[in-house]
Design a protein around this ligand. Sequence first.
Ligand code: MN
Length: 200
Amino acid sequence: MFTLPELPYDYAALEPHVDVQTMQIHHDKHHAAYVEKLNAALAQHPELLEMNVESLLRDIETLPADIKTAVRNHGGGHANHSLFWLIMSPEGGDSTLSGSTLASIQETFGSLEELKATFKDTALSLFGSGWTWLVKTPEGLKIVTTANQDSPLMQGATPILGLDVWEHAYYLKHQNKRADYIDSWWNVVNWSYVEKLYSA
Ligand code: MN
């Protein structure tokens, strides 16, 4: 069985950058629903309920046809949100970026500011619901987007930073102003955790 992970901080901890009501609904309703639907979809495949969700997504092409869509949507939703909570922190922000991630960002994008600018353009131009990611690939760091709840793991890339650009992630506070949401979000990005994922 898959379970909803607890947030590593209070619902209000990311205020004013991410508001408390959004955090409550996002975690307790949206993420919880992905977990519930994933468990329901895999009920007939108990061996898969024991696997970790990242492995299911990486190997999605090998799964039985009747559950591929459920793993893609709800398994992706579970994995993406589980990562999202961890790459944010009330102690986040630019000062937490260091080590090999910083070196690699400078090498790939020139500077953190340039990474942020490209990331923002990419997130703003994503039509509809989806995610913008910083991923680790055999060729180095890349910024990519996925539609809906698709995971970069399905494409052989390892997500180390992800921004949820579904309206449910920002509409209560920012309404249609996705750019404001992105600008504000950098203040809570937990680069120490990103570094951990990068170095893994
Ligand atoms: Mn979401």
